[in-house]
Design a protein around this ligand. Sequence first.
Ligand SMILES: Cc1ncc(COP(=O)(O)O)c(C=O)c1O
Length: 447
Amino acid sequence: MTDPSDKEARDRLFARVRGMQAELPPMQKSPASHSGDTDFRTLPGYEEFQLQREIGAKLGIENPYFRMHEARSGPRAEIGGRSLLNFSSYDYLGLNGHPEIVAAAKKAVDRYGVSASGSRHVSGERPVHRALEQSLASLYGVEDCVTFVSGYATNLGVIGQLLGQKDILFHDSAMHNSAVMGGMLSNAARRSFRHNDLDNLEEMLTAHRGSYERAMIVVEGLYSMDGDWPDLPRLIELKNRHRAWLMVDEAHALGVLGKHGGGIAEHFGANPKDVDIWMGTLSKTLCACGGYIAGSADLIDYLKCTAGVFVYSVAMPPVIAASAHKALELMLREPERVTRLQKNGALFLKLTRERGLDPGTGAGTAVAPIMMHDSLPAALLSQKLYERGINVQPVMYPGVPAKASRLRFFLSAAHSESDIVEALDIVAEEWKRIGETIKSLGKPAHG
Ligand SMILES: Cc1ncc(COP(=O)(O)O)c(C=O)c1O
């Protein structure tokens, strides 16, 4: 028999994970719990994580995060002494560990050591920084580029610097947290438009643009959770008509969209100069870490003089700049990697649909969601797949709303066709079983 307190706890956890907190009485504080201004456990959002952990423990689901990888994370991952098929790596073009990148990294370490040992202004400038920036600027056909030590901090610091309290930021509702936080830091007004709904954006521009000095629209070149992209030509038309800057975050579009991996502008055959601010990360296709902004010489000069995230921060380690530069060179020299990745994305989408699984708005790219619509099945399926030799993470609240929970597969040019067929066969099989498992756990109190 189930212990009634267990059942109550389980129902509460089910309800929590399904986003029904409002219908529940508050949790009783355990006698050991502290209260007051200095108790970190009372900070907003923390209880949510504790509850997720409790759910895992109650249902026998292991924590799918912070898994220790024992080797390079590529199409396969070595975890806990096992070799798993891996769909959790940003290494879209299968470049991480490429001998030419390793050689470039070693050469940079031999010459410069590991750290830049100062900000770019003070003592951190090295030829490899400028070489990378010039290659990125020429990729976009714009005047200049500047790199930062973190992709996240790039959005945060650059949006935070470009906008102020008399300005307004319009962002897609699926926009990455770093850009939204950049908007908050700037003190500008913010409006979020429905995902990829440019009619909604136009309504907002018409209603609000006139009340502010400067305006910025920020979107992703390829959405990191949904695997779809915005209509770039229409965004350019809207930003011109409403006198706004357009910023495009290419974190997941570089190397993924466009025949040569040039991103969303290449995909649409648009003129990259029509976008005011190109942002990207070095941590995905370029298999390093850091962020960049590419655009006009004035924009880059302004950021290099004023943005705290650049001025008051150490330069990117030269070894990282040299590695990312070599990865960019390989991307352009070996476009067959991009072709292979695009074929893998199309195959994944076709097989997902054929197996009756829901790809959401995934459009057949390297970012391939399979929708679960609830946290519990997402967590259970991820665990089952892990047991069967497939590493793929669930995306649940607070990353997305609980009803939009999913598994997110990152594909690589290094995956073979049979890797994808094998993975989706197992997903379909386990997904059928999950329905039964959930039924056997009993219908949740409010389910
Ligand atoms: C769209 C987008 N922008 C920015 C970032 C932050 O980049 P990084 O992880 O390189 O700091 C990410 C990270 O995944 C991202 O998905």
